[in-house]
Design a protein around this ligand. Structure first.
Ligand code: KG4
Ligand code: ZN
Length: 357
């Protein structure tokens, strides 16, 4: 098992790289060529498995990854027209995320690396999100380093200065719930199905955002950290104070709209502060499922534009969890001359992107 890390170097256009993503509730794999062109892309969402529980159940997620992944990788390799033995590199998300799923995906990739001799890359999921917008062939302008990443998903909320491949500085994160988690919990309070973000946005469109005076978390505070639990509690208190049966659709819509506006204002404030810390950056890249929210997206675009920066949003399927970004992160690392990882590389449920040295 002890195989040394190698320095594979920049892959040629004909080299094929496999990426695997299993850190949360999406099982995904993809094959990219060395130029970044997508040769196969597979994704299975486990939303239906977790919906009855109102959130992701780690054990169910790990078992589902194990059920789905082997056949999915086989199908992706067939579609890309490559046999496992001819892969130039094999990459898997090794953290941060749910440990059971990480072990399934990373060990599957390590097994393939042992069998084929291909270099193995243990990819940081946040780094993969951070670099996605640089993937060639996207219908967005490629951001120049340094740029700012705003990652807002069910599991992560972070503002990250992306200085270069392997050079990141986290400017802010959430002190409690992730942004998507707050949407999901508030949606549940309002009786909406999981995952609640999209349903809450639809309901908010019917509502009056000025009806309820909810707190604006962290607004005006120094730094770029986020906090959502106080806002969620304020919504819970409004719901609890409503007599049973009186939670009408219009009441719920007004509460949803008021909540969404509070999140929008808080995020706009945090983004403005992060931009002030990065005078040299020209672009803001958004990633994560919450970036699908129209009100959030347009508020972020306004803040960026007011400050003379552009807002870059990769297509939604690449903004949310996927394996294309995992293979792409490996390609970026190879191009930057980074060594592959030893097969003993651990899975890391918590794995912060460190500040550039
Ligand atoms: O990036 P993502 O697909 O993956 C995970 O974190 O697993 O993000 C999912 C999160 C969920 O919390 C979902 O409710 C939220 O993104 N989300 C939204 C919207 N669409 C998805 N939140 C607010 N508005 C939306 N339109
Ligand atoms: Zn993610």
């Amino acid at each position: 098992m002890e195989r040394k890390a190698a320095i594979p170097g920049a892959p040629g256009a004909a080299a094929l790289i496999l990426g695997i993503e299993t850190s949360c509730d999406e099982t995904a794999c993809a094959v990219l060529d060395g130029s970044g062109a997508i040769r196969a892309e597979k994704l299975a969402s486990q939303i239906a498995d977790h919906a009855p529980f109102g959130g992701v159940v780690p054990e169910i997620a790990a078992r589902a990854h194990l059920d789905i992944l082997p056949a999915m990788v086989g199908a992706a390799l067939r579609e890309a027209g490559v046999s496992a033995g001819n892969l130039a590199a094999i990459a898997a998300t090794a953290g941060p995320g749910l440990i059971g799923g990480l072990i399934v995906g990373a060990n599957f990739a390590k097994g393939m690396a042992i069998a084929t001799g291909a270099p193995f890359f243990a990819i940081n999921h946040l780094e993969a999100h951070a670099l996605t917008a640089r993937l060639s062939g996207l219908d967005v302008s490629v951001p120049e380093f340094p740029y700012l990443l705003l990652l807002v998903s069910g599991g992560h909320t972070a503002l990250i200065a992306v200085e270069g491949v392997g050079r990141y500085c986290r400017l802010g994160t959430t002190l409690d719930d992730a942004a998507g988690e707050a949407f999901d919990k508030v949606a549940k309070l309002l009786g909406l199905p999981y995952p609640g973000g999209p349903a809450l946005e639809r309901l908010a469109a019917e509502g009056d955002a000025a009806r309820f005076a909810l707190p604006r978390p962290m607004l005006g505070r120094l730094g770029c950290d986020f906090s959502f639990s106080g806002l969620k509690t304020a919504v819970a208190q409004r719901v609890a104070a409503t007599p049973p049966g009186a939670l009408s659709r219009s009441f719920a819509a007004d509460l949803a709209a008021s909540f969404q506006r509070a999140v929008v204002e808080a995020m706009a404030d945090r983004l403005g502060r992060a931009l002030a810390m990065m005078p040299g950056c020209t672009a803001v890249v958004v990633a994560g499922g919450v970036a699908a929210n129209g009100a959030i997206r347009s508020a972020l675009a306004d803040v960026a534009a007011r400050d003379g920066r552009s807002l870059i949003a990769p297509p939604l399927r690449l903004c949310t969890d996927n394996a294309v970004m995992v293979a792409w992160a490996a390609i970026e690392r190879m191009r930057a001359g980074s060594p592959s990882d030893p097969l003993a590389a651990p899975c890391r449920p918590r794995w912060m992107l460190n500040c550039a040295a």
